[in-house]
Design a protein around this ligand. Structure first.
Ligand SMILES: Cc1cc2nc3c(=O)[nH]c(=O)nc-3n(C[C@H](O)[C@H](O)[C@H](O)COP(=O)(O)OP(=O)(O)OC[C@H]3O[C@@H](n4cnc5c(N)ncnc54)[C@H](O)[C@@H]3O)c2cc1C
Length: 409
C-alpha cells in the first residue's frame, strides 16, 4: 500500500500516554478507548494540567460576557471512559531516551507518546506586551478580558471629561486574525449596552483592531475579508492595518510609525507559538517551535512519538504550507493518530495524514459572521448560525464519543 509503513518495523509495546486534553489529545484518548476494546492489557493514560477540556473556539463569547467561563470548561470526568487513566498534573519536561514524561506527579513512562500540548500566545518579544495586554488562550484569560472591560467602564463612568471617558472605555485588540476579529466584533456589539448598565453613555465605548499585515483575516479569500471588514465597520470597530506594534506602554500600543493607539483595556490575539518546554525537548522543531512530523504524524526520528494539533508542524503537500492552528485540523489529526496507534497494535500499515478542509467560519459580533465553504463565501446571519451549529456539533461529538465507553456499556 502506498503511503503506509508496516507497524511491525516500529514495535508497539508499553503504555500509551497522551499529553494534553485539548481538541487533539482528548479525541485521541476518546477514539482510542473504543479501539482498545480487544486489548484490555494496553494502558491508556491522559495527562493534562486541568481536570477539564476547554472549548477554546468559544472564548470570544466568554470575553464578551455572553457565555460563562464554566460553560466552556467540559469536565474530563464526564467525557472519559473509566478505561482511561487520567492524571491531572503539569508536564515539565521529557526524558526521551528513557521514554518518560516528566511531570509534577513524577515521571510517567510510555511505550507510545502522543504529544498534543497546543500553543502558547506569542508576543514576539514586543516590549511591554506581556505586562500590558491580556492574552486570550484560556477560559480564565477570557474572564479577565470581560472583568477588565467592566472595570474600564466603571472607571470611565466615574470620569467627567468625555474624551477621558472615551479613552478609558476603549478596548484595543492586537492581531486581526480570526480570534482578534471575533473578539473585536463581540465587544463592539456588547459594550454599548454594558456601558448603559454602568451609568455611561452607550456611545462612549469603542473597539480598535490593530493588525501588522496589510489585511485582517490574512490568507482568506478577498470576498470574505471584504464582508468581515464591512460588518466590523458597521459595528463601529476601527481597523488599523499595516500597523505593527513596536511597544506596549502605559499610554497604549505604540506603533512602528510612531502613532499611539490609546485605550483602557488591551488584548493580544496576535500570534501563537509552541509551549517553551517543547523547545528544550530535543525533538526536531520548525516554525514557531512546532514539532516536525512525518506523513504518519510521528515526530521525525522518533517513531514512538506522535504529535497532533497545534504542536505538530504538518506541511500540506497540496499547498506546500504548514497547516494552520485550527480546531478542525487538530480533530482530524487526532483521528489519524488514534487509527495509527490502533494499527500498530494490530500489526497493520499506518495511514498517511490528509487534511480535508471543511471551510472557514468566523463570527463577527453576536449576530453576524462570514464563511468560506466549498468555494462559496457568505456573510451575515447565516454565517453566524453556521458558527453556532459547528459549536453545537462539536459538543455533541464529545458526548457521542463518551457513549463509546466499552466498560460502561
Ligand atoms: C480564542 C480562540 C478562538 C479560536 N477559534 C477557533 C475557531 O473558531 N475555529 C477553529 O478551528 N479553531 C479556533 N481556534 C484554534 C483552536 O482552538 C486550536 O487550534 C486548538 O485548540 C488546537 O488543539 P490542540 O489539541 O492542539 O491544543 P489545545 O486545545 O490548546 O489543548 C492543549 C492541552 O494541553 C494542555 N497542556 C499544555 N501544556 C501543558 C503542560 N505543560 N502540562 C499539562 N497540560 C498541558 C492544555 O491545558 C490543553 O488542555 C481558536 C483558538 C483560540 C485561542
Amino acid at each position: 500500500m502506498q503511503n503506509a509503513v508496516n507497524a511491525s518495523t516500529t514495535g508497539s509495546s508499553g503504555p500509551i500516554v497522551v499529553a494534553g486534553a485539548g481538541y487533539a489529545g482528548l479525541h485521541v484518548a476518546m477514539r482510542l478507548t473504543a479501539k482498545l476494546r480487544n486489548h484490555p492489557n494496553v494502558e491508556l493514560t491522559l495527562v493534562n494540567r486541568h481536570d477539564y477540556h476547554q472549548v477554546l473556539t468559544e472564548l470570544p463569547r466568554v470575553a464578551g460576557g455572553t457565555r460563562s467561563a464554566d460553560a466552556v470548561r467540559i469536565p474530563l470526568q464526564d467525557t472519559l471512559a473509566t478505561r482511561v487513566r487520567f492524571v491531572q498534573t503539569e508536564i515539565t519536561g521529557f526524558d526521551l531516551p528513557g521514554r518518560r514524561l516528566l511531570t509534577g506527579a513524577g515521571p510517567i513512562g510510555w511505550g507510545r507518546l502522543v504529544l498534543a500540548l497546543g500553543s502558547r500566545p506569542n508576543d514576539f518579544a514586543i516590549p511591554g506586551l506581556a505586562e500590558r495586554a491580556i492574552s486570550l488562550y484560556s477560559a480564565t484569560d477570557a474572564e479577565r478580558v470581560w472583568a477588565a472591560a467592566n472595570h474600564a467602564l466603571d472607571e470611565a463612568a466615574a470620569a467627567t471629561d468625555p474624551e477621558k471617558q472615551r479613552r478609558l472605555a476603549t478596548v484595543v485588540v492586537g492581531g486581526g486574525g480570526a480570534t482578534g476579529v471575533e473578539l473585536a466584533g463581540e465587544l463592539a456589539e456588547i459594550l454599548p449596552e454594558a456601558a448603559s448598565a454602568h451609568g455611561l453613555a452607550p456611545d462612549r465605548p469603542a473597539v480598535q483592531l490593530v493588525e501588522a499585515g496589510p489585511t485582517i483575516l490574512a490568507g482568506s479569500s478577498q470576498q470574505l475579508i471584504d464582508k468581515a471588514t464591512k460588518i466590523l465597520a458597521d459595528l463601529g470597530v476601527q481597523v488599523h492595518t499595516n500597523a505593527t506594534i513596536a511597544a506596549a506602554t502605559e499610554e497604549g500600543f505604540r506603533l512602528r510609525d510612531g502613532q499611539l493607539v490609546e485605550g483602557g483595556v488591551f488584548v493580544w490575539a496576535g500570534g501563537l507559538k509552541a509551549p517553551e518546554l517543547v523547545a528544550d525537548s530535543g525533538l526536531p522543531t520548525g516554525h514557531n517551535g512546532r514539532v516536525k512530523v512525518d506523513q504518519y504524524l510521528r515526530a521525525l526520528d522518533h517513531p514512538e512519538i506522535y504529535v497532533a494539533g497545534d504542536l505538530a508542524s504538518v506541511v500540506d503537500p497540496r499547498t506546500g504550507h504548514v497547516l494552520p492552528s485550527l480546531a478542525q485540523v487538530a480533530l482530524e489529526e487526532g483521528e489519524t493518530v488514534a487509527r495509527n496507534l490502533d494499527a500498530e497494535l494490530k500489526g497493520r500499515p499506518l495511514e498517511a495524514f490528509t487534511f480535508h478542509n471543511k471551510g472557514f467560519v468566523v463570527s463577527v459580533g453576536t449576530r453576524r459572521g462570514v464563511a468560506d465553504i466549498a468555494g462559496i463565501t457568505t456573510g451575515g446571519h447565516v454565517a453566524h448560525l453556521l458558527k453556532d451549529a459547528i459549536e453545537w456539533e462539536y459538543r455533541e461529538s464529545v458526548k457521542h464519543l463518551r457513549g463509546w465507553d466499552p466498560i460502561s456499556q
